[in-house]
Design a protein around this ligand. Structure first.
Ligand SMILES: Cc1ncc(COP(=O)(O)O)c(C=O)c1O
Length: 407
C-alpha cells in the first residue's frame, strides 16, 4: 500500500486540521454547556418562513434547482445583494460580486487568488482562526499587531510595514474583522478605518474586510464599512475585498456567502471557483434571496439583535458576579456580534484549563488558536449567542469554580 504520509503535497503535509475542530470534538456530552462554537441561536431561525419559501422555490423551479447553475451565482441573489448593500452605502454591479459557499469559502478563495508561499499577511493579535487556516494553507506567514480597544493598532501596523520595507519586503494583505471581531468582540473606530485605507493606498496593500457580524449591532451607531469608505474617499475604491456570509444573519446550514470587490479580483476568484466547487447550490442561493426579499429580513434582524443583546447583558452581569476584581479575570465588552474575549491570570494556560473545564461541564475555545504567531496562553473566546440565558449563568458559575479549583 502507498505510504500516504509521503504522498501529501508540501503545503498540506504538516497540517493537522482546524484547531477549533479538535476542541469541538470534546463536546459530545450533552451535559456540557458549550460557549465554544460560533453558532447562532436556533431560536432565531425562521422555520415556518423557511418552509414556505422552500415550497415556493421548489414549486416554481425544481428543474433548475436539480441542474448545474451559473458559477458566479444567481442573478436574483445579485439583485437582492445590490439593494441590500446599497443601504450600507456600498454600490455594486454584478461584476463586483461572487457568490461563495460560505464565508470560509470566501476566505479560501482570497487566499488562493492572492497568496504565494511565504507571503506576509498582516493580522490582528488575536484574529479569526478560520482566516489563519485558509491563508495558512497557502503557506502564508503572519505578522500580528496587538488589537486595541478601538480595533487594529494601525500605528504598529504602519511600523511593521516600514520595518519590512527595510528588509525589502511588502506584505501581501491586511486582514481585519472591523465589526465585533471574532474572537474579541472589538469594533474598529472610524478614524482607524480611514487610517488603514491610507496605509493600503500608501503602500499598495489590499485590505480584506471580513464582515459576518456587521448587521448584529446591539448598541450605538453603525460605523461605515472600510469597503464603503474606500468607495467614498478613493474615487470608487478598489483596494478592499469584502467577505460576507449569510451564516449569522440567516442560517449557517445553507453555506452561502459572497465576496465583493474590484471586477478583476472577483473574476480571478470566480476562475478559481470553477476549479473548486463550480456553482453554489441554486436552492441554497434562492433561499438566501428569499431571506432578503420575502422573509421580513428587517424584523428578523431586529429580533436577533434584541435576543442577543439580552444574552450579552446576562453574560456581562453574571461575569461581574462571579469574577470580582481580585479574581484577576478580565473581559472585553462589545456593541454586537457573538463573542467576548476573557483573560485569566498569566500563569493559567487556557489550553490546559479547557480539559479542567470539560470536567466541570463547561467549554470555551482556548485563546492560543487565534494568533498568527507568538500565541498568548491566558485568554479564551466565549460565545454568548447559542446557550440559553440560564445556561449562560450556569456556565459562568462552572467556569468560576473550575478556575478556583486550579488556583
Ligand atoms: C470572522 C469570520 N469570518 C468568516 C467566518 C466563516 O463564516 P461561514 O460560517 O459562513 O463559513 C466566520 C465564522 O464564524 C467568522 O467569524
Amino acid at each position: 500500500m502507498i505510504n500516504w504520509k509521503n504522498w501529501y503535497a508540501d503545503n498540506i503535509k504538516d497540517y493537522e486540521g482546524y484547531p477549533l475542530g479538535k476542541t469541538l470534538k470534546y463536546l459530545s456530552d450533552p451535559n456540557i454547556i458549550s460557549l465554544a462554537g460560533g453558532l447562532p441561536s436556533p431560536e432565531t431561525f425562521q422555520i415556518s418562513e423557511f418552509r414556505a419559501a422552500s415550497d415556493k422555490i421548489l414549486a416554481n423551479d425544481i428543474h433548475k434547482i436539480m441542474q448545474y447553475s451559473a458559477i458566479p451565482g444567481e442573478q436574483s441573489l445579485f439583485d437582492a445583494l445590490i439593494v441590500f448593500l446599497k443601504r450600507d452605502n456600498i454600490h455594486l454591479e454584478n461584476q463586483n460580486i461572487l457568490i461563495t459557499t460560505s464565508g470560509q469559502h470566501g476566505l479560501d478563495l482570497v487566499g488562493r487568488a492572492l497568496l504565494n508561499t511565504g507571503d506576509i499577511v498582516l493580522v490582528d493579535r488575536p484574529t479569526f482562526a478560520g482566516a489563519l487556516v485558509a491563508f495558512g494553507l497557502e503557506k502564508a506567514s503572519f505578522i500580528g499587531v496587538d488589537i486595541q480597544q478601538d480595533g487594529t493598532n494601525v500605528e504598529a501596523l504602519d511600523e511593521a510595514i516600514k520595518q519590512l520595507k527595510i528588509e525589502n519586503k511588502t506584505p501581501k494583505l491586511i486582514y481585519v474583522v472591523p465589526d465585533f471581531q471574532n474572537p474579541t468582540g472589538i469594533t474598529m473606530s472610524l478614524e482607524k478605518r480611514k487610517q488603514l485605507l491610507k496605509i493600503s493606498y500608501e503602500y499598495d496593500i489590499p485590505i480584506v474586510e471580513d464582515s459576518p457580524y456587521r448587521d448584529l449591532r446591539y448598541y450605538g451607531k453603525a460605523i461605515p464599512s472600510i469597503f464603503s469608505l474606500d468607495q467614498e474617499l478613493y474615487e470608487g475604491g478598489g483596494n478592499v475585498i469584502g467577505v460576507y456570509t449569510f451564516s449569522k444573519i440567516f442560517c449557517p446550514g445553507l453555506r452561502v456567502g459572497f465576496n465583493i470587490g474590484h471586477p478583476d479580483v472577483i473574476k480571478k476568484m470566480t476562475n478559481i471557483k470553477e476549479g473548486n466547487i463550480l456553482n453554489t447550490p441554486k436552492y441554497n442561493q434562492d433561499l438566501c434571496t428569499a431571506s432578503l426579499t420575502q422573509m421580513n429580513f428587517d424584523a428578523h434582524l431586529e429580533k436577533c439583535k434584541s435576543y442577543y443583546k439580552e444574552k450579552l447583558e446576562v453574560f456581562l452581569e453574571t461575569m461581574e458576579k462571579y469574577f470580582p476584581k481580585e479574581s484577576g479575570v478580565t473581559w472585553t465588552t462589545s456593541e454586537g456580534g457573538l463573542f467576548l474575549w476573557v483573560t485569566v491570570p498569566e500563569h493559567i494556560d487556557t489550553a490546559e484549563l479547557f480539559f479542567e473545564a470539560i470536567k466541570h461541564k463547561v467549554a470555551f475555545v482556548p485563546g492560543e488558536q487565534f494568533y498568527g504567531e507568538a500565541p498568548e496562553k491566558n485568554h479564551m473566546r466565549i460565545n454568548f449567542s447559542y446557550s440559553t440565558k440560564e445556561q449562560l449563568k450556569e456556565a459562568i458559575k462552572r467556569l468560576s469554580a473550575c478556575i478556583k479549583s486550579i488556583a
